[in-house]
Design a binder for this molecule. Structure first.
Ligand code: F6R
Length: 245
């Protein structure tokens, strides 16, 4: 696992976007795993800028997002589908036919999770997976637990995640859902390459556990240490609790 400490989110976004753009320019039908949340937003802006300058086309990529809230339809401003449309896909030439999401609006969760697993497999696997990290060490919505999940599953969100994300729902007078569907740790670990982005003091504890702690499902991100190709981009604040390296 490479840990790269940079000054701020702008520097991180330049580096992270370059990796993704290079990947897509090398293999135009790359399979990219996307994350939502604040962490990758600047990176997505850099990709949009490159697209606008004609430096990259996203027309041929296949996308898989990590997670979706249960109960939200795609047009809900707080759905992750809407987030991706608003922050990246809708501002580039991404082909929405090749956009894959776990659906938060289904009757049969097991069928939906099996469908998503099969789709990832059929795509040939994820070339690059982008991740953020929760203050509690979650990746995707794999919350601290006593085991690592392999494939997609439904999860009850922890109070820490609800505390971190309920502001987005309160802003539009809604209550945050308590459940989400998420890719499992196995799905994330099967990606060929992983980029994790973390900024701000609130992530410092989780980054310390990820980089210096043991591999344990109590800090789901810690398993990334066992992956052969992970780059962790951190700013000075999120790296502030790391010992000398
Ligand atoms: C989002 C996701 C989450 C976030 C994490 C950090 O799709 O899977 O794991 O990456 O909660 O969120 P931010 O970036 O908003 O701090």
């Amino acid at each position: 696992m490479r840990v790269i400490v940079l000054d701020d989110a702008i520097q991180i976004s330049n580096e992270a976007a370059e990796i993704i753009i290079k990947q897509v320019n090398k293999k135009r039908d790359s399979v990219i795993g996307f994350a939502t949340g604040a962490s990758p937003v600047e990176t997505y802006k850099r990709i949009i800028e490159s697209y606008e300058k004609g430096e990259v086309t996203l027309k041929h990529i296949t996308t898989f997002n990590l997670d979706e809230y249960v109960g939200l339809d795609r047009e809900n401003v707080n759905s992750y589908y809407y987030f991706m449309k608003d922050n990246l896909f809708g501002k580039t030439d991404v082909d929405f036919e090749k956009v894959n999401f776990l659906s938060g609006q289904i009757d049969n969760i097991d069928e939906e999770c099996a469908r998503y697993s099969a789709k990832i497999r059929e795509s040939g696997g994820i070339d690059i997976q982008i991740l953020g990290i929760g203050t509690n060490g979650h990746i995707g919505f794999n919350e601290p637990s006593d085991n690592f999940a392999d494939g997609p599953f439904a999860v009850k969100l922890t109070q820490s995640t609800i505390d971190a994300n309920s502001k987005y729902f309160e802003a539009v007078g809604d209550k945050m859902p308590e459940y989400a569907l998420t890719m499992g740790i196995g799905d994330i670990m099967r990606a060929k390459r992983i980029i994790l982005i973390a900024t701000g003091k609130s992530k410092a504890e989780a980054i310390k556990k990820l980089v210096e702690g043991e591999v344990t499902p109590a800090c789901p991100a810690s398993i990334l240490k066992l992956h052969a190709d992970v780059t962790v981009f951190v700013d000075k604040d999120s790296a502030s609790l790391l010992g000398d390296r």
